[in-house]
Design a protein around this ligand. Structure first.
Ligand code: HEM
Length: 483
């Protein structure tokens, strides 16, 4: 007997399906798609127009409307008519158990009690403490933290490596995967022991292997323990500031909701930043004019990063949005419970966004790579800072960087959500230039101030214990597994 819930999240019976799935659809899987999704999106646009009905696996049960053009994407994300939701309990095929149960995408949108799946006032309530805590960051000091960790990672490239004319590293495994995660864990105020264990659990969970489920539960308990620890003993970190702002809320978040927010910020902060670093490295190493402009200072790193948001967006597809009522989309009749997939990877080639006279991709920020509307990214300043500082340290310390394999030899993950190569081997001449600020950091204060102590428990504010002292974090960078 099926254990699946067969009502809408409002508890009503699903309305009758009035419009059948379109007779013509296209596969959104397979080698053609993985190798060159951009040509694939262009072909879909040619065959179907701005919206294409697609299936995500061979049985055709996992399906949705792929939204290829900027105007329809914005309409759905801004959702002024309250037709679309990010609450995946509205995905009727999921609720009725019609999806292949072992499809690797399903965990990516399985409902959690967090802001990611909430709408309206509940979304405002759940996102309040997290957003306000992000607003407490001192971005200049955070930049120092990122640069210091980036310097340590670059230095680790030469650990145990004898001097050679050129050295090879995998920028994905040895740098881009590690830097944002190290930054996020440090910003959350983790000590070295829990950061090591959390890093292991995240690697394990994302590997999708047999231990993934266990690692996901371990992560949940670790987030919960961190939230409890910071309530007892606040420090200069995001979790303590979340507690502080949570106390001001009319309906505060409970411990579970707070730990969901911490989990989300770490995992979301890591994923897109990693891919943005990789895709910008690749863009620069395959676009000699742009790279020359960056090296000569004619183009700030920001502009190269912005170009990538258009031509190789870190998050390719938002899976998804679900219709809460029958509606229409670019001429298709959509039933309540149907899925739309926002194809950010296709936005850059939308004919309406291309100018015949000049290339606006460096400076035009109207791409949707940060999302839009109430679920748009709340941390674009922090994300930009991590990626920019990470790239600038690479470009400063490793002059002469180039791809170690021909671009055509790179293999790619299936670009359902993030699009990045499975490895990004680069080479550079030895020796590297010296780190610029590695020594300064030890003498600097934290990147965020101490939150005030709760008045009821402490008569006077007192400074908390120093968090994440650098010598220990140096060993964390040294420990991090090379892929
Ligand atoms: C650096 C590159 C980043 C990119 C390109 C990016 C992109 C995005 C996008 C497209 C969304 C919208 C998801 C949707 O509508 O379904 C989003 C949401 C989110 N991002 Fe980011 N992000 C980045 C970095 C970060 C960082 C560093 C954090 C850490 C705090 C973060 C935290 C979040 C959170 C919490 C949400 C959910 C917002 C909500 O549903 O209310 N992101 N991000």
């Amino acid at each position: 007997m099926s254990t699946h819930v067969s009502t809408t999240p409002l508890g009503d019976a699903w309305p009758p399906v009035r419009s059948p799935w379109p007779a013509r659809d296209a596969p959104l899987y397979g080698q053609d798609f993985a190798r060159d999704p951009f040509s694939y999106y262009a072909r879909l646009r040619g065959a179907f127009g701005p919206v294409a009905p697609v299936t995500l696996e061979e049985t055709g049960a996992f399906r949705g409307y792929l939204v290829l053009d900027h105007a329809h994407q914005l309409e759905i994300l801004q959702n002024h008519g309250h037709v679309w939701t990010r609450d995946s309990r509205w995905y009727r095929d999921l609720a009725e158990g019609a999806l292949p149960p072992d499809h690797p995408m399903i965990p990516q949108f399985t409902y959690r009690r967090s802001r990611l799946y909430a709408e309206g006032r509940e979304h405002d309530r759940l996102s309040g403490p997290g957003n306000k805590a992000l607003g407490e960051l001192n971005l200049l000091r955070t930049r120092d933290l990122v640069e210091d960790l980036a310097d340590q990672l670059v230095t680790s490239f030469f650990r145990d490596t004898p001097p050679r004319d050129r050295n090879d590293v995998d920028i994905l495994g040895q740098y881009a995967l590690q830097l944002p995660l190290l930054v996020m864990m440090r910003l959350m105020g983790m000590d070295e022991g829990s950061a090591l264990a959390t890093g292991d659990a995240i690697h394990e969970m994302l590997s999708g292997g047999p231990g993934a489920q266990r690692a996901a539960s371990e992560l949940d308990s670790r987030m919960r323990a961190l939230v409890e620890e910071k309530q007892r003993s606040p420090g200069p970190d995001l979790v303590s500031w979340m507690h502080h702002h949570n106390r001001e809320q009319p309906v505060p978040l409970d411990a579970h909701e707070l730990s969901e927010e911490v989990w989300l910020q770490i995992v979301a902060g890591r994923g897109a930043s990693t891919t943005w670093i990789c895709n910008t490295v690749l863009e620069l190493l395959t676009n000699p004019e742009l790279n020359a402009d960056v090296i000569a200072g004619r183009c700030p790193m920001d502009e190269a990063m912005n170009r990538v948001m258009w031509v190789n967006a870190p998050i390719q597809n938002l899976i998804g949005r679900w219709a809460t009522q029958d509606t229409t989309l670019a001429g298709y009749r959509v039933n309540a419970g149907d899925m739309a997939i926002i194809c950010l990877g296709a936005t850059g080639a939308d004919p309406a966004m291309l100018s015949a006279s000049f290339d606006v991709s460096r400076t035009n920020r109207s791409h949707l790579a940060w999302g839009a509307g109430s679920h748009g990214c709340p941390a674009h300043e922090l994300g930009t800072l991590i990626v920019r500082a990470g790239l600038e340290v690479l470009w400063n310390r490793l002059p002469g960087l180039r791809l170690a394999v021909p671009e055509e030899k790179l293999t790619w993950e299936l670009p359902y959500i993030a699009r990045s190569p499975t490895a990004l081997p680069v080479s550079f001449p030895f020796p590297p230039t010296a780190p610029t600020n590695g020594q300064q950091w030890t003498a600097q204060p934290g990147f965020i101030s101490n939150p005030p102590r709760p008045i009821s428990t402490e008569p006077k504010a007192r400074p908390s214990a120093p968090q994440g002292r650098l010598p220990r974090w140096r060993s964390l960078v040294a420990w991090w597994p090379r892929r």
